[in-house]
Design a protein around this ligand. Structure first.
Ligand code: FAD
Length: 325
């Protein structure tokens, strides 16, 4: 029994930390049999973390199809230690439905609906993915016995410890000693740079609003008024999120207000909701940018539900290079 138990502190409890925990558990019998202390410092629910948390707009989707999503290793993965196969998202969903997987919480009805309609070509919601990732985290933590302690807070400092180790300072509690610190922070917010600060100043001087770069679901869109022109810089995945939040979200609000249950957008914005986005992109590649996966969705079923011909005049698609040629 060592005099002090070796300690690892993870700052961030998203998918990367969950994956590393799973690898520690898989490798442990071969490399380290003694006791271990593992601390995970994460303000959100561990496993899903900030990006994949359940509490976000249900219109936000993954850009990967269910059949392509897994947290597990198999023979195709080049990794240290034994591969430990397990269900990808699609198999996990099937397992929850047929009750071969039961260590899941009592889901809200909309998640059961999503589980029932999910197949390998579905682009799942981030809400559904949150449940798969949290399940994976719990499973990985459990396989490490009583070693793992989760601290639902933010780490605000790391300093050198007296014995060559490190001291991690959580925002709300006692300092954690670490022999090893793993920073798995993902995409963090940043202080606005000079360009961003300049845009905000300009907007403020002219009665407008500028949202600095951030995770789209964490941006306050309330200053964006109905019918207002919106300039979006960049046409990547954040842009797709933004369209969903500004237009589908607005359409959902409109649908709730119409008795006919059908939304009509007018170019002057007089429908009472929904801003008019104009997008600019400096890449020469068309939107959406091509990725490695081949789209295998059911094309016939992709019919616009809240988009009529006049909408195309409310959205302005611009490229600083070749888009639209
Ligand atoms: C908007 C968006 C959409 C994406 N969509 C996809 C997709 O569809 N498919 C795909 O494969 N990948 C996607 N990604 C990539 C995504 O980064 C990875 O899927 C995955 O989330 C990376 O895991 P991670 O643990 O490294 O980082 P994250 O998931 O970002 O987790 C990092 C965690 O660290 C925590 N943290 C940060 N700072 C601190 C601190 N000081 N103290 C404590 N905790 C802290 C955060 O709360 C967060 O939970 C997307 C990324 C973004 C930003």
């Amino acid at each position: 029994m060592p005099a002090t138990i070796p300690a690892i502190v993870f700052i961030g409890g998203g998918p990367r930390t969950a994956g590393v925990l799973e690898r520690i558990a898989a490798n442990r019998p071969d490399v380290f049999a003694g006791p271990l202390q593992i601390h995970v410092v994460e303000p959100h629910v561990p496993g899903s973390g900030r990006i994949w948390r359940y509490h976000q707009d249900p219109g936000l989707l993954l850009n990967s199809m269910a059949a392509d999503i897994t947290m597990f290793t198999d023979g195709s993965v080049d990794c240290e230690g034994p591969a430990a196969p397990g269900p990808g998202l699609a198999q996990w969903a099937a397992g929850v439905l047929d009750a071969s997987i039961i260590d899941v919480p009592d889901f809200p009805q909309q998640l059961w609906d999503q589980l029932r309609t999910l197949d390998g070509t579905t682009f799942p919601t981030r809400q559904l993915q949150s449940q798969y990732l949290e399940w994976f985290f719990r499973r990985a933590a459990k396989s490490l016995g009583r070693s793992v302690t989760v601290h639902r807070t933010t780490a605000v400092g790391i300093t050198a410890g007296p014995d060559g180790g490190h001291e991690v300072e959580p925002a709300n509690g006692r300092t954690l000693h670490a022999d090893i610190v793993v920073t798995a922070l993902g995409h963090t917010d940043s202080q606005p740079d000079a360009v961003s600060a300049g845009y905000s100043d300009f907007a403020a001087r002219h009665g407008g609003y500028h949202a600095a770069p951030s995770y789209t679901t964490d941006v306050d869109y309330s200053p964006v008024a109905a019918g207002q022109d919106v300039i979006v810089s960049g046409m990547g995945l954040g842009f797709v999120d933004l369209l969903v939040l500004l237009i589908e979200g607005a359409a959902a609000g409109l649908r709730r207000r119409t008795t006919a249950g059908c939304a009509t957008f007018r170019p002057d914005g007089s429908h009472g909701c929904g801003p008019a986005p104009g997008a600019a992109c400096r890449t020469t590649r068309r939107f959406p940018q091509p990725c490695g996966a081949r789209l295998r969705g059911r094309r016939g079923s992709l019919r616009p539900r809240r988009w009529n011909p006049c909408c195309s005049s409310t959205a302005n698609w611009t490229s600083t290079s070749t888009y639209g040629r």
